[in-house]
Design a protein around this ligand. Structure first.
Ligand SMILES: CC(C)(COP(=O)(O)OP(=O)(O)OC[C@H]1O[C@@H](n2cnc3c(N)ncnc32)[C@H](O)[C@@H]1OP(=O)(O)O)[C@@H](O)C(=O)NCCC(=O)NCCS
Length: 160
């Protein structure tokens, strides 16, 4: 029997936006993920402004009890979807949540018909790079926002 708590990827909305603002990263981690804390503020600003002619989707990873343990934005373009501003709350890092979030993003994107997901990673961000490699991202050789781009193709029927 699985005793793991159930968590889900949901839109940041009027019911959970205050809980999303509680997600914090450390001061050292902040430059790797956003210009400001709470990271959810940046995500919500992008969802309002919709920059770069892409469709921005603000998302929270939520425990059954309603606590938000991670936030991110998806920027949907015509060719691919980018994971942006992924932040796992500092108190909840290192227990597999970042990996769970990214796998949940893959499922969500498959349902939307997205064929390719990408993101950028600061080369100094070793924890993030190991996570992304573990779930199948590889560096594409391109650069965006001054950082290397990593991509992951979402094959039909693939489990991860
Ligand atoms: C990068 C980040 C998203 C990773 O999230 P996370 O929840 O800590 O990631 P995970 O727990 O899935 O994986 C991290 C490590 O914990 C380990 N881990 C996973 N489950 C574990 C468990 N049950 N017990 C112990 N360790 C575990 C993983 O193996 C991994 O170890 P490794 O780095 O040696 O491979 C998070 O650290 C973060 O938000 N950082 C600040 C913002 C940031 O850098 N965002 C990414 C921008 S590209």
């Amino acid at each position: 029997m699985n005793s793991e708590p159930s968590r889900s990827l949901v839109p940041i909305d009027k019911g959970n936006w205050r809980a999303a603002l509680e997600v914090r990263v450390t001061d050292e981690q902040l430059p790797m993920v956003a210009d400001h804390q709470p990271v959810a503020l940046v995500i919500l600003a992008k969802a309002y402004v919709q920059p770069d002619d892409r469709r921005w989707e603000p998302l929270a990873f939520v425990e059954e009890a309603g606590m938000v343990v991670a936030v991110l934005a998806l920027a949907h373009g015509e060719q691919f979807t980018e994971i942006v501003n992924l932040a796992v709350d500092a108190e909840h890092q290192g227990i597999g949540l970042g990996t769970q979030v990214v796998l949940a993003v893959f499922d969500h994107c498959r349902h939307l018909g997205v064929r390719s997901v990408d993101l950028t990673v600061n080369p100094l961000n070793e924890v993030a790079a190991r996570l992304y490699r573990r779930v199948g991202f590889t560096p594409s050789g391109e650069q965006r926002h001054g950082e290397p781009v990593w991509t992951r193709t979402l094959a039909e029927g693939s489990r991860r």
